[in-house]
Design a protein around this ligand. Structure first.
Ligand code: HEM
Length: 500
């Protein structure tokens, strides 16, 4: 059935979902019949527009004012990150309000296929970009203000690995364009570029895409991703075991954000972007060379087990805390169960027992659940997407990643939070890279941790038969290629503060 503009308008009114009245809106554009998002069974479903409208009303959240990428997690199918510098601030400001704002996708628009745009368009600015636009208010986040390059050594990055454009600090902002096809994205980009008519110029771009076939939703090492994001009070109904956070942990100026902000910043969020290269052939070789030796498991199963204990989940997404020795794909695909764990078990010493999940496992390092009492504010919404091609036969045969830059693969990592120092940067610096978290000398996170100075590093707890045995990683399998910190403003801030 072809939806007319009028029937769409009626549908909006019936759902109680109406754009902020004084904002231009693209609600009346032609709509789609298939989603721009992926929805693997293991990932939590988005709330319906109706559910979200009623729960957001209960806490006074305005989902039509919040850019769409912030709360939807890792559900993008194809996504282009277009990093730009502002060449002509005066023209850009007037185009932003008049021509770009109507294309910016709100959260509400994404919640029903019929209201999704052809291509999601979101925009975020670095501190340098705010300055270029003459916005002098202090947003109250010192890491954002200083930029990510200044944070590189605290994050454990080797800046010689950074792509020059991130190290060059000429990035004023990023356009995020997401859809189900690259053609849609390219058409929207052409439309934006002709509208902007030279007021911005491209500095760098990364094309991300969900992996093909059965790997959809899995990151390049092969593990299902996007299973565990916190539920935002007022947006979604928590699933069993899911952390619930006040909206102000992710959205600036909302309840739970303890920092003083300019009033226009409300409903924005800080976007921490990282280009994280993944050395997949080397990771696979490491698992084979260090396969565990659980009795009753085959060599292949012991190989898989080591990877699962490094991540804290099997490749299917099933948590090792619930199924420690064998994968359970049915559990993995069940959102009612796949987050329902907190590392405690009856007759189990939480402080010493790593038989189910190592203390160093990636998901335990980055969300320690009951290890630190269960209720804490160091949460992020992860909204990244894999980039780069699949491993080639030649790479798989040699166990070495190609040096051809067009074959680089990894995760275009995106984290949203209201406070970068309490969110992404905290998780990376104080948990993942800290050999003494959560237990003395447990080692860094085997997936994303980095030793300073660079070099081989020992990780504890990976062997269930002897948790005191350290396993040495001679190299890191995730290499930071740099990134930037951005602020993703609300639609009303784009209209009233960012536009001329
Ligand atoms: C290439 C780099 C990375 C890979 C391959 C990776 C992979 C994964 C996978 C497979 C999961 C389990 C699925 C899920 O629970 O959603 C996960 C969870 C998670 N990751 Fe990462 N990740 C990477 C980088 C990062 C970084 C840089 C951070 C933050 C500093 C981070 C924070 C988290 C958090 C908070 C969770 C959820 C843990 C939980 O709630 O149980 N990840 N990651």
């Amino acid at each position: 059935m072809k939806l007319t503009h009028f029937s769409l308008l009626v549908a909006f009114v019936l759902q109680g979902v109406y754009a902020v009245p004084n904002l231009p809106s693209n609600d009346l554009k032609p709509r789609r019949t298939s989603s721009i998002l992926i929805n693997p069974a293991a990932q939590p479903a988005l709330p319906s527009a109706q559910q979200a409208a009623s729960s957001s009303a209960s806490v006074g959240l305005n989902l039509t004012n919040i850019q769409g990428d912030i709360l939807i997690g890792m559900k993008k199918n194809k996504e282009l990150f277009f990093f730009f510098s502002i060449v002509d601030p005066t023209s850009f400001k007037s185009q932003l309000g008049a021509d770009i704002l109507p294309l910016i996708t709100s959260t509400t628009e994404l919640l029903a296929v019929s209201t999704q745009p052809n291509t999601l368009v979101n925009i975020a600015f670095s501190q340098r970009g705010l300055t270029a636009l003459g916005i002098t208010d202090n947003l109250g986040d010192s890491l954002f203000t200083a930029g990510q390059l200044n944070d590189a050594s605290s994050l454990g990055d080797t800046t010689s690995n950074w792509v020059s454009e991130f190290a060059g600090t000429s990035i004023d902002g990023v356009l995020l364009l997401a859809s189900d096809t690259v053609d849609n994205i390219n058409n929207t980009l052409s439309q934006l570029q002709s509208t902007l008519n030279g007021s911005i110029s491209e500095v760098y771009s990364i094309q991300g895409q969900a992996r093909p076939g059965n790997e959809q939703g899995h990151e390049h090492f092969g593990f299902m991703d996007g299973i565990s994001n916190p539920a935002i009070d007022g947006f979604s109904t928590p699933l069993p075991g899911q952390a619930v956070v006040a909206p102000g942990i992710i959205l600036v100026g909302e309840q739970g954000d303890g920092t003083t902000r300019p009033s226009w910043a409300i409903d924005g969020s800080f976007l921490a972007f990282r280009q994280l290269e993944q050395r997949v052939p080397e990771f696979n070789k490491f698992l084979i060379d260090n396969a565990l030796s659980e009795p009753n498991l085959t060599v292949d199963q012991n190989t898989e087990l080591l990877g699962a204990r490094m991540m804290g989940r099997w490749k299917s997404g099933a948590p090792v805390d619930l199924t420690p020795l064998v994968d359970d794909p049915v559990l993995a695909a069940d959102p009612q169960r796949n987050n329902n764990f907190n590392y405690t078990h009856p007759d189990f010493n939480l402080a010493t027992d790593q038989s189910h999940c190592p203390f160093s496992a990636h998901i335990r390092k980055t969300n320690p659940r009951a290890d630190i009492g269960g209720s804490f504010s160091e949460h992020i919404i992860r909204a990244g997407i894999p980039y780069g091609p699949e491993v080639t036969d030649a790479e798989a045969a040699s166990n070495v990643s190609s040096t051809d830059p067009t074959l680089e693969r990894g995760l275009a990592f995106v984290a949203y939070q209201a406070n970068i120092g309490n969110g992404f940067a905290f998780l990376q610096q104080f948990w993942a890279n800290n050999i003494n978290f959560h237990t003395s000398s447990v080692g860094q996170d085997p997936i994303i941790g980095v030793a300073t100075p660079d070099g081989p590093r020992s990780v504890g707890g990976l062997d269930p038969l002897d948790s005191t045995r350290d396993i040495t990683l001679n190299q890191d399998f995730v290499i930071s290629r740099g990134g930037e910190y951005f602020f993703s403003p609300s639609l009303s801030a784009i209209q009233n503060t960012f536009s001329a």
